[in-house]
Write a protein that binds this ligand. Structure first.
Ligand code: NAD
Length: 307
């Protein structure tokens, strides 16, 4: 069944996602603060609205894809998105935001007489373009069932993770595993280098032994063992380090708020924050191996002999 969808936030992710909803036969009314993004979406068949509230007023479903929680909450409340929509509209927020902000957004939508789902994604811009994203959803069963056909038009898999905020919780827990494991794999390669072990030998062992993980076998941080990993193209993303830093920052907030003893999660957040603010600003998150190597003191350095 075709729906009328308001889509607010037509950036790197939202633009292609909205275009895939048009391809699936839905009427999509879009809005973005940036005119170029709005124009690109219009070229893909999205109707232009003059404001977010204008996009939402005739919609069955309002989808947002925004940078952070403060943008979602400001849009919902101060900028009148909730007030503009018809009672009972389904609000689906696909942005990656704090779990606490996702719950606050959900409560605000319900208090305004609407229904809500948090549905962040994994899969990146390529996944958004190819409609192969994975959605992690939080909210009621009925809301998930109603949103599922739309999520299927934009992705290949949608998992209902639980009540409000559970989608965001799944996203940051998964990305915390990924961030920690990328640092672990990178440290192991740099340790191997200092021990005279070749990258290929370590890869051949660890990829078929208990060190096996996605950070090693798909996104291998050193060039050679996995053709096609970002290491082989000078660490062009891929999954950019600033996005990993953002997601680990959200995980760190939740760790502190929940009083969880997650020392590695907090360390990974601090290491990625420093990397993303420095040399990693434009690199894939696997480029952190270079920062680890550069910070490492080789035995020759310790004895004062030039390395
Ligand atoms: P982006 O910056 O390209 O797009 C965000 C868009 O929101 C921008 O075009 C901006 O103009 C618009 N916007 C901000 N405030 C607005 C407002 N009040 N009204 C209308 N438009 C507004 O970011 P992106 O890469 O598309 O990421 C969007 C979300 O998806 C983020 O939460 C990000 O963490 C998450 N995400 C991104 C990726 C990725 O690979 N880029 C992967 C997974 C998840």
């Amino acid at each position: 069944m075709s729906s009328v969808i308001a889509f607010v936030g037509l950036g790197h992710m939202g633009g292609p996602m909205a275009a895939n909803l048009v391809k699936a036969g839905h009427r999509v009314i879009g809005y973005d603060l940036v005119d170029d993004s709005l124009a690109a979406a219009a070229a893909a068949g999205v109707e232009r609205a003059a404001s977010a509230a204008g996009a939402a007023k005739d919609a069955d479903v309002v989808i947002t894809m925004l940078p952070a929680g403060r943008h979602v909450l400001a849009l919902y409340q101060d900028q009148g998105l909730l007030a503009a929509a018809r009672p009972g509209t389904l609000f689906v927020d696909c942005s990656t935001i704090d779990v606490a902000d996702a719950r606050a957004a959900h409560e605000a939508a319900v208090a305004a007489g609407h229904r809500a789902l948090d549905a962040p994604v994994s899969g990146g811009v390529m996944g958004a373009e190819a409609a192969t994203l994975t959605f992690m959803a939080g909210g009621g069963e009925a809301e998930f069932a109603e949103a599922e056909p739309l999520l299927s038009a934009m992705g290949k898999k949608a998992v209902h993770c639980g009540s409000a905020g559970a989608g965001q919780a799944a996203k940051i827990c998964n990305n915390m595993i990924l961030g920690i494991s990328m640092i672990a794999v990178s440290e192991a390669f740099v340790l191997g280098e200092s021990l005279g072990l070749s990258h290929q030998a370590l890869f051949d062992v660890a990829s078929t032994a208990s060190g096996q993980c996605w950070a090693l076998t798909v996104n291998c941080p050193v060039p050679g063992p996995v053709p096609g990993s970002p290491a082989g193209r000078d660490y062009r993303p891929g999954f950019a380090a600033p996005l990993m830093a953002k997601d680990l920052g959200l995980a760190a907030n939740a760790i502190r708020e929940g009083g969880v003893d997650a020392a590695l999660g907090l360390s990974a957040a601090a290491l990625y924050e420093a990397f993303a603010e420095g040399p990693g600003a434009e690199q894939d998150f696997s480029g952190i191996v270079r920062a680890i190597r550069e910070r490492s003191v080789r035995p020759a350095d310790q004895t004062g002999t030039p390395a």
